[in-house]
Design a protein around this ligand. Structure first.
Ligand code: ADP
Length: 158
């Protein structure tokens, strides 16, 4: 059984995240999407809201599940016997950050391997922070996020 964990803030989930989920679900037997809650970070959506959004969106994939993590990701997945950590990369900027993160995770837990999946070209501009900014000005985000998320953003910025 090949199981991978795909961690992130998902604040909110975008079509870019779902593209990674869709492609990873075809590669791995099981995929666990890990919604991270970091007390140092400020989120627009609460942990419960992010888990609810991601859970609804991954419903079509029977081998994809969702968990909330408020501790170190490497500890969290190791406890679940998952050795593969999947991260999406949009470009060099993402890669240099992700590379450093993977080095830190490797130093913390050498048995865990980080795998990078490049974005499909049509999603490379999608970034949760930019989408939130656009939504805060009531801009059209319908080509960037699923309808469920577009509605959640409208409700937040009403
Ligand atoms: P974090 O706050 O940990 O960066 P994000 O929710 O922003 O979490 O992203 C989770 C993962 O999804 C990260 O690996 C990120 O690089 C990846 N990701 C985000 N948007 C895209 C996209 N448009 N295409 C590919 N990967 C993406």
């Amino acid at each position: 059984m090949l199981t991978a964990a795909f961690p992130g803030s998902f604040d909110p989930p975008t079509l870019g995240h779902l593209n990674i989920v869709e492609r990873a679900a075809r590669i791995f037997d099981e995929l666990l999407v890990v919604v991270a809650e970091n007390r140092q970070k400020k989120y627009l959506f609460s942990a419960e809201e992010r888990v609810a959004l991601v859970s609804s969106l991954v419903e079509p994939w029977k081998n994809v599940s969702v968990a909330l993590c408020d501790s170190l990701i490497v500890d969290f997945i190791k406890k679940r016997n998952i050795r593969l950590l999947l991260r999406g990369v949009r470009g060099i900027g993402d890669f240099s950050y992700e590379f450093e993160l993977s080095m830190m995770n490797k130093a913390l837990t050498s048995s865990i391997e980080t795998l990078f999946m490049t974005t499909d070209p049509e999603y490379f501009v999608l970034r949760s922070s930019a989408i939130k900014e656009l939504a805060s000005f009531h801009g059209d985000v319908s080509t960037m996020v699923p309808p469920l998320v577009a509605k959640a953003l409208r409700d937040k910025y009403k």
